[in-house]
Design a protein around this ligand. Sequence first.
Ligand code: PGA
Length: 253
Amino acid sequence: MRRKLAAGNWKMNGARADLTQLQALCAAHDGATVDLLICPPFTLIAAAVDICASHALRIGGQDCHAAAAGAHTGDISAAMLKDAGADAVILGHSERRADHAEISDDVRNKARAAHEAGLLAIICVGESLAEREAQNTLDIIGGQLSSSIPDTATGENTVIAYEPCWAIGTGLTATPDQIGEVHDFIRARLEKRFGAGVGRSVRLLYGGSVKTGNAAEIFAVSNVDGALVGGASLKCDDFSPIISALEAAAKAS
Ligand code: PGA
C-alpha cells in the first residue's frame, strides 16, 4: 500500500513573511493521513524546518548538485540540504531542464547524490506540447525514466512526478485519461526495470495546474499517489483543500 503524498513546490517564490503559510498548514493538518511536503526556496529551508519540527509536514529543496562539496559557486549539495533539515529534493523539474539545460544524465547523478545523503528524490518527467501533438509522449517519458532514475532507487528513496510541460502554470490540466495512460506506463516501466516489489512501491505524483477544482478527479486516476503542486501550494487556503481531497482519495482506495 503506497502512502499518498501531497507535495508543494514554491519555486522562486516566498520570503520569511510567507512562513506563516506553513504555520497555518501545520495547524490545519495536524494528524494528516497523507504525507505532506513543502519545497520552499533554499533561503527558507532552515526556518521552515524549525516551524514544522513537531509536525509531520516535511521540508524539501528544489534542486541539488551531483557532487557532495567543492568549487561550484551558487550550488547546493544534497548533504547541505540534509544538514539544513530537509528530507527531500525535487530533481529534473522541467523548469530546471529548460532554464539550466539539465539533461536526464544530470538528473540521475543528482538523484544518486540525494540517495547517498538520505534524501527522498522526487524525479520529474514530462513531455512538451509539441511532443504530445507528435504522439511521442510515451517515448519521451520512457527515455527520461531510463536515464533520470539511478539504480539506487527504491520505494523509500524515490518518487516520480509526471508533469506535462504544457500543463505547468498554464491552467491547462491533462485529462484523467491522459494522466492514467502515462502513470500506468510509468508503473509498468518501473516494474520491468526494478522488479514488482520496488516497481510497485515507488509513488507516482501528477503535477501541472492541480487545484481545488480538479484535485478529486485527478486523485481518482489509477496509479496516481498524490500531486506535485506549484501555484496552489503557496497559500494554505489553496493547498489545504487539495490535501483534504487526497485524504479522501486515500480513504476511498
Ligand atoms: P503548477 O506547477 O501547479 O503551478 O502548474 C506544478 C509544478 O511545476 O510542479
